[in-house]
Design a protein around this ligand. Structure first.
Ligand SMILES: Cc1cc2nc3c(=O)[nH]c(=O)nc-3n(C[C@H](O)[C@H](O)[C@H](O)COP(=O)(O)OP(=O)(O)OC[C@H]3O[C@@H](n4cnc5c(N)ncnc54)[C@H](O)[C@@H]3O)c2cc1C
Length: 507
């Protein structure tokens, strides 16, 4: 993988080599074999989320048959898959489809400036090697696709806890898990009730190096639902129909199964609550206080549902030294956590599974002809192109379906836009939202990180082409037919720009 300090140019630059960027790079290189495309990744590894997070038990929350790419069958038996398997799958995708030739690791984009005069983005890139040596370079490009995810990779969300510095044990955040951390025989308190806490609790209690006791301390309960770790129908379909057809059939089945479940739970919240409560109660020992610990005050899918493969979370409560405490933190003490109820939780390790810090565009603050772009002031065309921002697409996935399912539609939009420009000799496209168009927030989840991030997020309109749905089945309908609409303003620059595909001297 090349890692030079010379400046470069490219027709299209994809930023981020996580699920989004790798998927986008594959589709765009297929769509435009004659164009120069670069895939820039700030870290020294591909995989994004799946390379960054290494806490015990890290795994998908969804079936990987739909979380994986349509073009690359998922071959492991497990449908709820370990993070390392997902990362390996992405590394394989990069080599299998020749994306290593366009990948630049250690290339962090720090700024992006658009010039209408040249109809180009100038990306300011910090290039680092694994020893931490840094150089700077610029990359000029006609089109940017940002696959930078939705959260800050450098810091997790850490609320203030009174007395934090008094605690004598270790305080760990899942986003910065120390390599080979030994929690064996320790008393662990995990603060949080999201997917991470639900994943870690059983993982820290099983296998070699098991903790002595794990408590999940939550302020508000979540819905937790058991899901088979292995999808036996998928196994059968792949055996009978062959890998490709069986994988396609499994994706079809899972897309509709998930859509059906989400629709029923959202349309009939009381029924959903009752169903989830009764499924949970069956998994727990008799007399367990299900209503205190597993009956959230919100409706199912107001926040993401937490999956527990083969009910491992409930099994840990039934059979191992695990418990759930629903209370509030008064303060940390030298020996653990004092709760508002007066109860004391003794601990050797406290895990703050308190969430993510949302961040748009990987922290890049673009400028257009010298004016800074505030992403929160933009409205997204098809949930991807920012109003008023030329030649830039961002990838945002679904909240009520797997993230990956959106990548093909977004890259198809980009491909249609670029083809339209090529065909008609344009070099600039700017989405312009109709004057006075009512807007609404992009996501309808009430999760803490979503609420904290509302002020940073772009918005959406009420109807096509300014609408984005949070499930694949509904959003997919908006991508049918022609995606070029009069709200996309195409133009040609007045002056000829230097040719893009060239290698320049270092700047
Ligand atoms: C623990 C965990 C489990 C999850 N499980 C699921 C699940 O089961 N199903 C689901 O649908 N979603 C899940 N998600 C959401 C998940 O983040 C997305 O599914 C998906 O991984 C997002 O991929 P991405 O490529 O858009 O972003 P990321 O995975 O965040 O990758 C972004 C990449 O861009 C790079 N980057 C960022 N900024 C820059 C920059 N300025 N310059 C260069 N490179 C940059 C980053 O280094 C990173 O490699 C999970 C999230 C977490 C944290």
């Amino acid at each position: 993988m090349e890692n030079t300090s010379t400046a470069e140019s490219a027709d299209i630059v994809v930023i981020g080599a996580g699920l989004s960027g790798i998927g986008a790079a594959k589709y765009l290189t297929d769509d435009f074999p004659g164009k120069k495309i670069l895939l820039l990744e700030g870290r020294h590894a591909v995989g994004g989320t799946w390379d960054l997070f290494t806490y015990p038990g890290i795994r998908s929350d969804d079936s990987v048959h739909t979380y994986g790419y349509k073009f690359k069958p998922w071959l492991h038996k497990e449908a709820i898959a370990d993070g390392a398997y997902i990362r390996d799958y992405m590394v394989e995708t990069v080599t299998e489809f020749g994306l290593d030739k366009i990948l630049r690791l250690g290339h962090r984009v720090t700024a992006a400036d658009w010039s209408s005069e040249t109809a180009q983005w100038t990306l300011h890139v910090t290039v680092s090697d694994e020893e931490g040596n840094e150089t700077r370079k610029t990359i000029r490009t006609g089109f940017v696709f940002s696959g930078t995810g939705y959260y800050n990779h450098d810091e997790g969300y850490e609320p203030h806890f009174e007395g934090r510095e008094d605690f004598r044990g270790d305080i760990l955040h899942p986003q910065h898990w120390p390599e080979d951390y030994d929690h064996s025989g320790k008393r662990v308190v995990i603060i949080g009730s999201g997917a991470t806490a639900v994943t870690m609790l059983p993982a820290m209690l099983t296998g070699e190096g098991a903790a002595e006791h794990v408590t999940m301390l939550q302020r508000t309960p979540s819905y937790v639902a058991s899901m088979p770790r292995v999808d036996t129908i998928a196994q059968l379909l792949m055996k009978v129909l062959g890998v490709r057809l069986g994988y396609a059939a499994t994706r079809f089945k899972n897309i509709w199964r998930d859509h059906f479940i989400v629709t029923v739970l959202v349309r009939f919240p009381s029924l959903g609550r009752r169903l989830l409560r009764s499924m949970t109660a069956k998994e727990l020992p008799p007399g367990f206080d299900v209503d205190t610990h597993f009956a959230p005050p919100y409706s199912p899918w107001d926040q993401r549902l937490c999956a527990t493969p083969d009910g491992d979370f409930f099994q840990a409560i039934r059979e191992h030294d695990a418990d759930v405490v629903t209370d509030q933190i008064e303060r940390f003490t030298p020996d653990g956590i004092l709760l508002k109820s007066g109860r004391m939780l003794e601990a050797d390790v406290i895990v703050t599974a308190t969430g993510l810090v949302m961040q748009m565009l990987g922290g890049i603050k673009p400028t257009v002809d010298g004016s800074p772009v505030d992403v929160a002031d933009t409205v997204l065309y098809h949930g991807a192109l920012m109003s008023g921002v030329p030649n830039w697409a961002m990838m945002l996935g679904f909240t009520k379906a797997t993230w990956t399912l959106r990548i093909r539609n977004v890259t198809r939009l980009v491909a249609d836009v670029i083809r339209e420009m090529d065909r008609k000799g344009y070099d600039t496209v700017v989405p312009e939202a109709p004057e006075g168009m009512p807007t609404q927030s992009l996501f309808d989840l009430s999760a803490g990180y979503m609420q904290r991030a509302q002020a940073q997020l772009p918005r959406q309109g009420a109807g096509k082409p300014w609408r984005m749905h949070t499930t694949y089945v509904r959003d997919n309908r908006l991508f049918r037919g022609r995606l070029i609409h009069p709200d996309l303003r195409f133009s040609k620059r007045a002056v000829e720009a230097p040719h893009l595909v060239s290698v320049e001297a270092a700047s």
